[in-house]
Design a binder for this molecule. Structure first.
Ligand SMILES: *Cc1c(COP(=O)(O)O)cnc(C)c1O
Length: 362
């Protein structure tokens, strides 16, 4: 019997996610020195993690024989303190991507609908399709979520609505006022998912907490992968009303978050100075890229995150040419934007090198 005939239908039609290639792989493929390659493709922190997080992770590794704290008790306590919410209002995941999957496990089945922007973070669609639900994609307007159109797209079959603020791949964010009004307007049969993976880079992120305290069916998602520089350790979390969090906890694996990640995340939360510096450096880097790209007569999308979209025309060709020169960026054809590239903000010299190479290639 063909193995495929044994799989669930949704698995056979599931699109395959293509992650950015690791530096070593690109180096081998192109015969380049890995040390000379810069990766501006996955919105990672060019400063790395906080040294305090690294030290904590090393200490945790010494006790590698022990199962991790399955409830992420210490991390939830610290988050609760920082947010002024209860520890029972946090669910920790193997990256915030896992929380998105837990939302699918909890709420989605065949015939359900999920409203999301297009283009938006691709994982919303992948999870929706995997659970046999229908992705209702609402086009962005001026590269921003069209919240009015998203509200109109909600039907009695809608279970989840995803809003990334700021959005990936655009870097744009709707204003805090718009987002909160939208969240408040959601009908009771819908869970509003506000993905705040880049909120720490924003000057004025929306604050969902008073709506959560009122018991609204919404959840905020955060990650240690971006400003905290811990993408490899896979830690993210959701915060919501206790009832919603309890449902998500039912469907997760008992030891979904490893101990090294938990320890690093805890220490990272204590190093406010580090994240504040990263946010400042990111703003300076964004300005450097915007100015440099505009000087090359390229259109950019104003970003509130740690990356920027730039219109270059033949995106795939320029992506290849940059890669041959040791700079990895993200082509946007899979997001339906073949003329664009998404570039992560690097260090000042990395940004400089990118701009210099672009100037040569254009
Ligand atoms: C990077 C990113 C995440 C984070 O994913 P992790 O699984 O926590 O690494 C979530 N949402 C968006 C929009 C992102 O760009």
């Amino acid at each position: 019997m063909k193995i495929k005939s044994l799989a669930k239908p949704a698995v056979l039609t599931q699109p395959v996610y293509e992650p950015g290639k690791p530096i070593e792989y690109v180096a081998r493929e192109l015969g380049l020195d890995p040390a000379g390659i810069i990766k501006l493709a996955s919105n990672e922190n060019p400063a790395g993690p906080s040294p305090r997080a690294v030290a904590a992770a090393k200490r945790a590794l010494e006790q590698g024989e022990l199962y991790p704290d399955g409830g992420c008790y210490a991390l939830r306590q610290k988050l609760a303190q920082a947010y002024g919410l209860g520890a029972d209002q946090f669910v920790v995941g193997n990256g915030s991507n896992e929380i998105i999957e837990l939302l699918g496990h909890t709420f989605l089945g065949a015939g359900d609908e999920v409203v999301m922007g297009a283009p938006a973070f691709i994982v919303y669609k992948l999870v929706t399709l995997l659970f046999g639900a229908k992705a209702v994609e609402v086009p962005l307007v001026n590269h921003r979520h069209d919240l009015a159109a998203m509200a109109r797209a909600i039907t009695p079959r809608t279970k989840l609505v995803f809003v990334a603020c700021p959005n990936n791949p655009t870097g744009t964010a709707n204003s805090a006022e718009e987002l909160l009004a939208f969240a408040r307007s959601l009908p009771d049969h819908v869970v509003g998912v506000f993905d705040e993976a880049y909120a720490e880079f924003q000057e004025k992120p929306a604050d969902l907490r008073s709506l959560i305290r009122e018991g609204k069916n919404i959840i905020g998602l955060r990650t240690f992968s971006k400003i905290y520089g811990l993408a490899s350790l896979r830690v993210g979390y959701g915060y919501a009303a206790p009832g919603l969090v309890a449902l998500l906890n039912r469907v997760r694996q008992p030891f979904n978050v490893n101990a090294i990640g938990q320890a690093a995340a805890l220490a990272a939360l204590d190093d406010r100075e580090f994240t504040e510096k990263c946010a400042r450096d990111n703003r300076a880097g964004l300005a450097q890229l915007e100015t440099g790209l505009r000087a090359l007569k390229l259109e950019t999308v104003p970003s509130e995150a740690n990356f920027i979209l730039v219109k270059v025309g033949a995106g795939a060709r320029l992506f290849d040419a940059l890669q041959k020169r040791g700079i990895i960026v993200r082509p946007m054809a899979s997001y339906g934007m073949p003329e664009w590239l998404r570039i992560t903000v690097g260090t000042k010299p990395q940004n400089e090198r990118l701009l210099t190479e672009l100037k040569v290639l254009l």
